[in-house]
Design a protein around this ligand. Sequence first.
Ligand code: 5AD
Ligand code: FES
Length: 328
Amino acid sequence: MSNSGSLIQDYINMPLNELMERADTACRKVYGSAVFIRGLLEVTNYCTMNCAYCGIRRDNAKLLRYRMSNEEILQTIKQGLHRGIKSFVLQGGVDPEFQGSKLIALADDIRNSFGSDFALTFSFGVLSYDTYRALFAAGVNRYLLRFETADATLHEALKGTELSERIRAFMHLKEIGYEAGTGFMTGLPGDSLSSNLELLASLEPDMIGIGPFIPHPETPLKHASCQGLEPTLRAVAISRLLFPYANIPATTAAGTIEQNGRELALSAGANVVMPNIGTKAYKQLYELYPGKICVSEDGFSCINCLSVRIRSVNKNLDYRRGNSRGRV
Ligand code: 5AD
Ligand code: FES
């Protein structure tokens, strides 16, 4: 077993409260009480992929599909900037309308309209090396690409694509110079937390997204059991201990399976929140998993709610762009 392998095993065997306390201390050492805010825009729920766990998979014919126009996207970012947000995340399904030259034009539009005084993160799945490079040149600073599961066989069975392809894409992002994020779901049927953490450790990400798998009724995994929040809290805490400088969000999925799930993640070493700043109608339709929270709140009303929740764990909402401290 590698060094990080045996370290991970030690952490996995530790009582959860002890692990969380250690991670909280490590997080506060680097970030103090700051919890960075990212304004999330879910810009399209069209998806050509058919991942077995995901509610917006291609074969879910019950889902009404939407795409935000570039104008709507610019308008939403403008509102976010007015409220002081300095970091935006644009995420979508794998949609031909958000690939290649169209995606590059969107990045150009955003930077030409609003300048470069804020961080811009994209998350649109595996794209070509050239597209990643052109997006970076157009001012996209960060990219999120979760590997979802480190088990190559399970990965291919669930996603229909190869794990190695996704890892290669992630390495491209790092090579180009992005702050690169990855992560996984906890509790996928047959998955192993230690393998996921070992792959995560080997990828040395700047950002780490981890949330619980929640079975969606319109997917092949509808009868799978839900493992609850604990494995996510454990994984968040271990990620923080492995990577003291990483940006780690308290995910919406964590807040969905437990009422105070995000607060618990923030007590386990998470230092980022990502409220969706889009309209209610779109929020509801971006249904990766059932029961998603905040869908009846309009875009920005979550922010007040979040700042109260964050204070309840002795942290403070912070509007700075929050670069990964591992970098200058
Ligand atoms: N439950 C929890 N998380 C999910 N995701 C997709 N489907 C589900 C689900 N059923 C996660 C994936 C993806 C992120 C945007 O949402 O990890 O990368
Ligand atoms: Fe693959 Fe949605 S269908 S992430």
